[in-house]
Write a protein that binds this ligand. Sequence first.
Ligand code: SF4
Length: 374
Amino acid sequence: MGEHALLSASSSHRWLNCPPSARLEEGFADSANDYAAEGTAAHALAEHKLREFLKLSSKRPVSRYDSQELEDYTDAYVAYACELISEAYLRSNDPITLVEQRLDFSHYVPEGFGTGDLVIVADGILDVVDLKYGKGIMVSAEHNPQMMLYALGALALFDNLYDIQKVRMTICQPRLDNISIFELPLDKLLIWAETELKPKALLAMKGEGEFVCGEHCRFCRARATCRTRAERNLELAKLDFKPPALLTDDEIAEVLSRAEDLARWSADVWEYAQSEAISGRKKWPGYKVVEGRSNRKYSDEAVVAETLLAAGQYSENTIYNRKLIGITDMEKLLGKKQFNELLDSFIVKPPGKQTLVVASDKRQEWNSAVADFT
Ligand code: SF4
């Protein structure tokens, strides 16, 4: 893993909203997970492909995530990046293109730096492109502080040499077919940097400012034990109901609006407490660690099969259960293109189980009247 800034670009959404979170998080280990490692592998492969396109020396990386799927999705990102580079050559004779460039924005954020996956300068436009390999959450480039920090870092490299007037920030998330673009005139970016970014970064560096809860708490390393978050959630739980004996529809709607945050917070606290207890670091009063339920399993499947066949009463057909691998694994094996060519007409999507969600959810509302007639 590479070095990591306290006020990193990737956590900027959090420390801009809750400046003291950066220092508070220092006390917690960074649990880099398998998804992060897969993202690193995707970036390395994408970088290699882009460098080849630009005729720069490069060696193809090898990783345990190598698969047709990784190949296809990095190809999709690289195809988009190459299009941007080609466009830049149409606009200007001498565009500058940088791949996996270290970007230093420490003139606004103490010790701040990050890596830009692709930076292009051509004809007054600065392009900053970020590959996001995750597929859990669709990420928007709109006023995305991580992208704005990268843009400030890139500007520091070129501003004196090129007459940049506009920055264009693009997030490419190939596994969700998401290309999100946000353009900002240079002066607006600089005003934000001076008036909002700089003061908040100084507060965050000193561990000062106000703790503020919000959706940015979700990936905060202090999320399970943060007092402000606990107080806010316990406050949410205090609903002041009056008679009659049964809750009204409005009161139930009020409970629903708070339940999601409360459930997420209590799950975070539970997960933290459980992992501390299992590791032996903590013993919580009134709780103990036990062994969970487990199922019997064969110690050696090949030997079991041999034993049964040797017994003479059983055939392979009776002892084996042949099954196709699942759709996600099949798509990984074949790659998206071949999967679609060979299997598209054999994939069906049965209607999902109805579920209650917030009105702002992007899915279309389920219509029980239509469903009754189909
Ligand atoms: S959990 Fe939320 S409120 Fe607490 S420090 Fe982290 S971001 Fe701030």
